[in-house]
Design a protein around this ligand. Structure first.
Ligand SMILES: Cc1cc2nc3c(=O)[nH]c(=O)nc-3n(C[C@H](O)[C@H](O)[C@H](O)COP(=O)(O)OP(=O)(O)OC[C@H]3O[C@@H](n4cnc5c(N)ncnc54)[C@H](O)[C@@H]3O)c2cc1C
Length: 422
């Protein structure tokens, strides 16, 4: 029976779902060994470093990932960066197939004046900062002004606005990084605008997330009823299901009686940012609107307008994604997840997407190479295996127990490796 070796680069949802699809296709005629390589000492991709900490239920998908990882013929090589510690060409030589599942981690820029000022950040930097990603511990996040602006009309923008507008003690029972909870408790921000270039009918928010907003206990959520009613008219009598569901949710927010909370999150539609104002740091944003230019004073601007993939030598890219045809890249290289499709869809979207790519990959396999694997190339590296990751996981969960948190995340790489006994 042929036994094929497959390398998966990136331990995010797409990587795990690709591994699961391979495991599901193993039978009496073919079997697979899977080596998953991850640049961080910790796996789970954006489920650990992206998903908002006040949404812990979403993170329970990590149980599925652990089940996949604790299956025979699966090995984790974390703390190993492809492109730095080992090359894609080396992987292609040793493995029957190589799957790129490295996601999309660079924030897109607005390309307007003032974007480089202090206090102007991308969500691609701010989100991993509050989620304890080791590469973003020292990010400068000035929270001393009373107003912040979040630019973008998707769920990432909404997560960021919510994190800034929440009463920070609500984050105590979550796995938000300790440094972020401390900073948010000292924050002077009381007003958070979330601005969208187009009208409510075009927003990419999803309705479950919108429906949650009025439940915020310490924050007013404001949408102008006129904006939503005009959008309902523009959307016509037969809007798409998702659009209708969003507009219904927005109307509920707009009709929600205003409360007297100290903190407010307000949506601005049809506001196109033209310039970020300031000399040494952000002082405001000029928007063009259907009623002329409007200036909003603020000390922090966070842009959440999409992501593009970080390049790896040996992998072809175009428009922020890996060049591919239905997941086939070239030779024995394949791509799944956000690196393939760009930043769209929920965690579950990566499952069906990966399964389709794996079906093609398996149909391309001929006879096994038997060319060894990467362990001999990594003798110089400190590798976090599945067993060692479980020690890190256990240490974090144990540290969270007395504090009523799901875990206390360690931020420094050295501390993470120490948990693993390395
Ligand atoms: C802020 C934010 C919030 C989100 N919230 C939700 C939500 O609430 N619900 C939901 O369903 N979806 C949510 N999503 C979407 C979801 O996170 C994505 O659909 C999913 O994570 C994409 O999976 P991926 O595996 O393609 O990428 P990722 O999750 O980014 O995983 C890629 C992995 O590859 C690793 N990697 C990168 N380069 C290398 C390299 N050179 N060598 C080795 N490893 C490498 C990375 O460290 C990472 O672990 C959110 C996304 C973001 C950005």
């Amino acid at each position: 029976m042929p036994h094929f070796k497959v390398a998966i680069v990136g331990a995010g949802p797409a990587g795990y779902f690709a591994a699961q699809a391979l495991q599901n296709l193993a039978n009496e005629e073919q079997s697979f060994s899977i080596d998953m390589i991850e640049r961080l000492p910790t796996p789970w991709g954006l489920v650990r470093s992206g998903v908002a900490p006040d949404h812990p239920k979403i993170k329970t998908v990590s149980k599925v990932f652990e089940k996949i990882a604790n299956t025979e013929n699966f090995r984790l090589f974390a703390n190993v960066e492809v492109g730095a510690d080992i090359t894609v060409a080396q992987l292609q030589e040793k493995y029957d197939a190589v799957i790129i599942a490295t996601g999309s981690s660079i924030g897109k820029k607005l390309g307007i004046p003032g974007e480089e000022l202090r206090g102007s950040l991308s969500a691609a930097v701010f989100v991993p900062w509050y989620n304890a990603h080791p590469d973003f511990v020292g990010v400068d996040t000035p929270l001393d002004a009373d107003t912040a602006v979040v630019i973008g009309a998707g769920n990432v923008a909404m997560d960021v606005a919510r994190m800034l507008a929440l009463e920070p003690s609500e984050l105590d029972p979550t796995d938000t990084a300790d440094h972020a909870i401390d900073a948010l408790k000292k924050s002077n921000i009381r007003k958070v605008y979330i601005s969208a270039r187009r009208g409510p009918e075009h927003a990419a928010f999803t309705s479950p997330e919108l429906r949650e907003l009025p439940k915020l206990e310490h924050t007013n959520v404001v949408m102008r009823k006129e904006d939503i009613e005009a959008a309902i008219v523009r959307a016509g009598s037969e809007p798409e299901k998702d659009v209708k569901s969003n507009l219904d949710a927005m109307l509920l927010i707009a009709e929600n009686p205003k409360s007297e909370h100290e903190r407010t999150m307000e949506f601005l539609f049809q506001h196109t940012p033209k310039e970020i104002l300031g000399t040494d740091r952000v002082e405001g944003v000029i928007y063009s609107t259907p009623n002329g230019d409007v200036t909003i004073k603020c000390g922090l601007v966070i842009t959440a307008i999409g992501y593009q993939a970080q390049g790896i030598v040996g992998v072809p890219y175009e428009n922020g994604k890996v060049v591919n045809t239905d997941g086939r890249v070239n030779g024995n290289m394949y791509v799944v997840g956000w690196a393939k499709r760009g930043p769209s869809g929920v965690i579950g979207t990566n499952k069906s997407d990966a399964a389709a790519v794996i079906e093609l990959l398996v149909s391309d396999l001929k006879s096994p190479k038997n060319a060894g694997d990467i362990s001999e190339l990594l003798s110089h590296k400190v590798v976090v295996t599945q067993e060692l990751w479980q020690k890190i996981n256990e240490a974090e969960v144990t540290a969270g127990e007395p504090k009523g948190k799901p875990r206390v995340k360690s931020v420094e790489r050295t501390e993470l490796l120490k948990h693993a006994g390395l």
